[in-house]
Design a protein around this ligand. Structure first.
Ligand SMILES: C[S@@+](CC[C@H](N)C(=O)[O-])C[C@H]1O[C@@H](n2cnc3c(N)ncnc32)[C@H](O)[C@@H]1O
Length: 230
């Protein structure tokens, strides 16, 4: 996709729309492989703020989280979440993603101590139980990406009392997934596996995309920080 570098805003929107419309995970990861070199500039053009807001959510939910905290960025992509975490002084960062192309981009700036190829929903996270003080997953909980049944795996690698921070989209194409996700979160909370601390809805001015992109602008994203109750 590098030949499309510097594409116009309509082209960038079309590319994001294409990504959202791919239902098959293998095809989606292949799409991310090709998108990887242009991903950062494309999502910047679309005012993508989910990494910034998720890290805000995390730090507000646990203001005392030490800078030495070990943090896992699941579906880390090119490393936008790591850049936000680094900017706030967190430096013990691990990342996993199912796209080798995205991981290659994430590796270049050296923001992560460890990066691993891992496809959530198909294989376990490459870490023992209770490893991380906090686990984030940003921009990957939606149809055709990380399935809801991977949520317990996020909890497994989080320390007791640690934090899990999630985002999902609430635009109409993702409503079914979002409902399934919320049902999964509720079931796990009722089972005592974790406790919801905060849920934030983006105000309209913080939407991911300019308002002229109706289907995607019509709904904000949701961030949830949850404490692992094990
Ligand atoms: C929209 S990007 C978000 C990347 C980054 N978290 C961000 O906010 O910029 C979605 C990422 O999720 C990854 N992904 C999607 N489904 C996945 C899965 N089942 N397992 C691992 N990674 C997945 C893709 O490769 C891609 O890098």
């Amino acid at each position: 996709m590098a030949q499309e570098e510097g594409g116009s805003l309509p082209e960038v929107r079309a590319r994001v729309g294409t990504a959202h419309g791919i239902p098959d995970l293998a095809q989606k990861l292949h799409f991310y492989d090709r998108w990887a070199p242009d991903y950062d500039q494309d999502v910047a053009a679309l005012q993508y703020r989910a990494p910034h807001l998720a890290v805000d959510c995390l730090t507000q939910a646990l203001p005392g989280l030490p800078h030495s905290a070990l943090i896992l960025d699941v579906a880390c992509g090119t490393g936008l979440v790591a850049a936000e975490l680094r900017a706030r002084g967190f430096h013990q960062l691990h990342g996993v993603d199912g796209s080798p192309g995205m991981l290659e981009q994430a590796r270049a700036p050296g923001l992560y101590q460890h990066l691993s190829l891992c496809t959530l929903g198909q294989e376990p996270l490459p870490s023992p139980e209770g490893t991380f003080d906090a686990v984030l997953i940003v921009g990957a909980l939606s149809d055709g990406q990380v399935p809801c049944n991977a949520i317990p795996e996020l909890l497994r690698v989080t320390k007791p009392g640690g934090l899990v921070c999630l985002t999902t989209r609430t635009n109409s194409s993702n409503l079914q997934y979002k409902e399934a996700l919320e049902a999964t979160l509720d079931r796990l909370e009722q089972a005592g596996a974790w406790e919801r601390l905060v849920a934030c809805w983006l105000p309209p001015s913080w939407r991911w995309y300019p308002a002229s992109l109706p289907r995607m602008a019509s709904s904000p994203a949701l961030s949830t920080c949850t404490e692992n109750g094990r």
